[in-house]
Design a protein. Structure first.
Length: 163
């Protein structure tokens, strides 16, 4: 068997496995890459159509109230409301760290409130806050979350109220 044939055969098998949707084992590096791509798709592009790709069906955010149902639905609702209030919202990736099955992102968001924010009418005022999210990864999806933008709402409201 020629070396060229063997190389081509191995490449074809690898392409089938990768393209078949088989989950590759989670590693610190793959978890960090997942977080970075999530940040681009969701927080930079505001592409809520990709939320199901990142959030497991049983995803739980410990930043939410205990009666919040699991899954990507509440994430889409919250982010949709946030992006409606701040259509120009940008998020800077200030750093990503990983350890075991957890990945952390530090970020800075900026935007101008031109839409309703959970009952607060538009103010036209800019905001800038920094924070962190911790997410646990299982089988290439986020399954648990701690922290996040909710921790920053007192600062956001203070900036919007001009205090």
């Amino acid at each position: 068997m020629s070396r060229r044939f063997l190389t081509a055969a191995l490449s074809a098998v690898a392409a089938l496995v990768i393209g078949s949707g088989c989950n590759q084992p989670d590693t610190v590096e793959s978890n960090k890459a997942l977080m970075q791509q999530y940040h681009v798709d969701i927080w930079e592009r505001h592409d809520l159509g990709t939320v199901d790709t990142y959030m497991a069906p049983d995803f739980v955010s410990h930043a939410n109230t205990p009666d919040t149902p699991p899954g990507p639905g509440p994430v889409k609702g919250f982010l949709g409301a946030l992006f409606t209030a701040f259509p120009d919202l940008t998020s800077e990736n200030d750093g990503v760290l990983g350890d075991g099955d957890k990945v952390v992102i530090q970020w800075t968001i900026r935007g101008t409130q031109t839409g309703d924010l959970f009952g607060m009418p538009p103010t036209g005022k800019p905001i800038e806050v920094s924070g962190m999210d911790v997410l646990r990864v299982q089988n290439g999806q986020f399954v648990e979350h701690w922290g996040g933008i909710g921790d920053q709402f007192p600062k956001i409201y203070t900036q919007l109220q001009g205090q």
